[in-house]
Design a binder for this molecule. Sequence first.
Ligand SMILES: Cc1cc2nc3c(=O)[nH]c(=O)nc-3n(C[C@H](O)[C@H](O)[C@H](O)COP(=O)(O)O)c2cc1C
Length: 673
Amino acid sequence: MVERVEGTFFRRLFSPILVGRLELANRIVMPAMHLSYTPQGFVTDRLVEFYAERAAGGAGLIIVGGCPVDEFGGGPYMIGICRDEFVPGLRRLTEAVHDHGVIVGAQLYHAGRYSLSRDIGHQPLAPSAVASSLTRETPLEMSSEDITRTVRSFADAARRASEAGFDAVEISASAGYLISQFLSPVTNLRQDQYGGSFENRLRFPLETVAAVRAAVGPDYPIIVRVAGNDFVPGSNTNREARLFARELEKAGVDAVDVTGGWHETRVPQITMAVPRGAFSYLARGVKEVVSIPVISSNRYSDPMLAETMLRHELADLIAMGRPLIADPGLPRKARRGRADEINSCVACNQGCFDGIFTGHPVTCMVNPRAGREHSHQLRPTARPKRVTVVGGGPAGMQAAITAATRGHQVTLLEKASRLGGQLNLASAAPGRQELGTIILSLRSQLENGGVSVEFRQDTTAEDVLLSNPDAVVVATGAEPIMPELPGAAARHVVQAWDVLAGAVDVGDSVVVLGGGATGCMVALYLARLGTIDASTLKFLALNRAESWETLEALIDKGSKKVTLVETQSKFGSDIGLTTRWTILQDLHRSGVNMVGGAVAERITPQGLVVSVDGDKSLVDADTVILAVGVSPIDDLYHSLEGHVAELHIIGDAREPRRAVDALREGFETGFLI
Ligand SMILES: Cc1cc2nc3c(=O)[nH]c(=O)nc-3n(C[C@H](O)[C@H](O)[C@H](O)COP(=O)(O)O)c2cc1C
């Protein structure tokens, strides 16, 4: 239950705590997140303004980075700390955070075998020459000189952090980076005193901690970020994580930050399908064996969940990474009892994790201003205009909100009976329900911004012009393509959108034509029909009602036979890199028959005839589901051309793309008007 104490909600979350000598005003930690806002490593206005806004929002502790400790540790676009020349910029960053009374730490980072040779200009270094499935590179085994030098690099970086005004350092020993590589028997095959027994594998981590301690002095706070369980076969589990944490406490570390597993794990760590707070049990396990503060991480976007964790003493602090990218004001809103106004992270990863994995600076789907705080201040307009936005999907809603925030008088017209456009369909797929919360958030922003929303079918150019708008934004979205395929007009052929909308029935045996994002999602949706949900699983397991084998089958094997057919050999190529593998894994586990490199020839009453390498075959199906792409709906735009002073076309109506692009374009357009 949330108590209201002197105007403060979430009392535990907003209670102070000591980390070493530091008193944090509350328990919200913004964990290290590589943002790619620092080309060549130097602090930029973009980085400073990004963090200044998060500090103003009221987080208790902000950890910036990872900051590679030397040239082998990570790419040049990460925040530099490996040379003294970075210190003045870092000081500017710490001052900007301190201006808001917030404590700031720097994460000291070395990726080891996760470094890319194209970034660092050398073959990566690691405890042993074990190839990485993440980078597809094999590192060079570190010599004892390399080890000594790297330990010194950590210490020198810590000294620079302290000189730059950071209040604490966090040593990265999680996610499969260098220190976890030393700890793990999978990646540390050394025969010397750094390999073999757990005690030997601990040597490098503990030498690093000792060197950092010596560099910063006895009472400078040191946090260590650990993997709660590597989730890699043969590697460390929660058991070793607890042992490691205990050793860290003995070594004088002031707090441990417990995350999930390695980048190479096959257990999704931060995708939307990961339940909120799923890895809290890992922090709890560590907290049971140490008396220093424990930070719990991953998927805490809800302050209520954070409060519950703290209240039950399962952790002492809660990391909120992407949730603070999504809404820098989250702590302030929660504290003032306005949690329902929080713009929640939905863990889509489209702008952030996918961004950095494809070499782009971090953006955010639900907060298109993230990373543009320095260039996009939402100031009131000097010339308020009458703006009509046609289309209440993500692009249209965001354009309306941004324009209204700037003081324009905005009307939004939507042809369906509800707002949200394709987000309504996307949120029907398994593990994608949180997409629905974006609609709720956008809807409440529309309301708060005073946007007038009208539901009206078949809006014509004349309808739009009747109100004599100064600016019109066309965001009319897209519609599914009907392929020119013999038999496509038959009654047992339906569109994937209609299946996801629950508008049509399908048979027991289905074939989905088109293995892009929509095809994969609809195939998974159908393959999971008839499986048991999380609460049923817990009920059956708690009551020992079924064997684990039966339960395992019941969670992912549904009642329908599903085949997914794709022309290319690659499925889900338009799904973000960091989510795609999880969807493909789910499709395999749910028994979806995936036929790649297949050209659809025709649809018959018995199913779909395909040709693979020239060999024709029939995929039996009662229902054929089409997911072959969408085309823009742009007729209204063309009818309005030349008739309004300011006309924009955005989102899928302009060109079908991802939701992150639609929302960004909506924001940019609303900002420009
Ligand atoms: C774009 C991005 C960059 C990240 N970079 C780092 C990093 O440099 N060091 C680190 O320890 N964790 C990093 N993480 C992991 C986050 O600190 C955090 O543990 C993760 O996002 C899960 O927490 P959340 O659900 O609150 O976002 C990164 C995550 C994201 C999304």
